[in-house]
Ligand binder design. Structure first.
Ligand SMILES: [Zn+2]
Length: 170
């Protein structure tokens, strides 16, 4: 399990409709790392309803995004994310394959439970906001549960279609 991680992120709309990553998280069994980035340029203050993040939020310089996330995932053999847009973006960002958990019938991250809280003030106060930290951790828990239930399956294993395809990817 040590070599598997989940990446998730939250964005704001930048100039020319570009997506700007404001929060990005990497989760495994024992580690949950979150990075909050400053916006790369000045524009009118705005915020997303879904995640509550404001344009002025963040601590790290935006030009460190690629290097930061590449270092954070460098020890893992298998990276995962949820959704086609995110897996495409992350595959390009880290220059490694990032399979889509949707293809393994994983539930939407917003519907998964997470007990942890995030250091971003808007996420602490509003539990319903989309938070990359909580989603990455919840998605990793889903993988963990999925792999455990595979191990506990009575012999001969009765693999469902998605279990078989998930296993074949690991
Ligand atoms: Zn958060």
């Amino acid at each position: 399990m040590e070599s598997i991680c989940v990446i998730d992120y939250e964005t704001l709309r930048g100039a020319q409709n570009g997506e700007i990553v404001k929060e990005i998280s990497v989760a495994d069994k024992n580690v949950l790392e979150t990075f909050h980035f400053k916006s790369p340029y000045i524009m009118k203050a705005h915020c997303y309803e879904e995640n509550g993040i404001a344009w002025a939020d963040g601590q790290l310089e935006y030009d460190k995004l690629r290097q930061t996330i590449r270092e954070a995932v460098s020890g893992y053999a298998h990276l995962h994310a949820y959704g086609i847009a995110k897996t495409r973006f992350l595959t390009e960002l880290v220059a490694l394959p990032v399979p889509n958990l949707e293809d393994f019938n994983c539930s939407q991250p917003q519907g998964l439970m997470s007990q942890i809280s995030c250091s971003m003030p808007c996420h602490k106060n509003y539990i319903n906001h989309c938070c990359a930290t909580r989603k990455a951790q919840a998605l990793f828990k889903w993988i963990e549960h999925h792999l455990k239930s595979r191990n506990y399956t009575a012999c001969p294993p009765d693999f469902t279609r998605h279990t078989a395809s998930f296993n074949s990817c690991l």
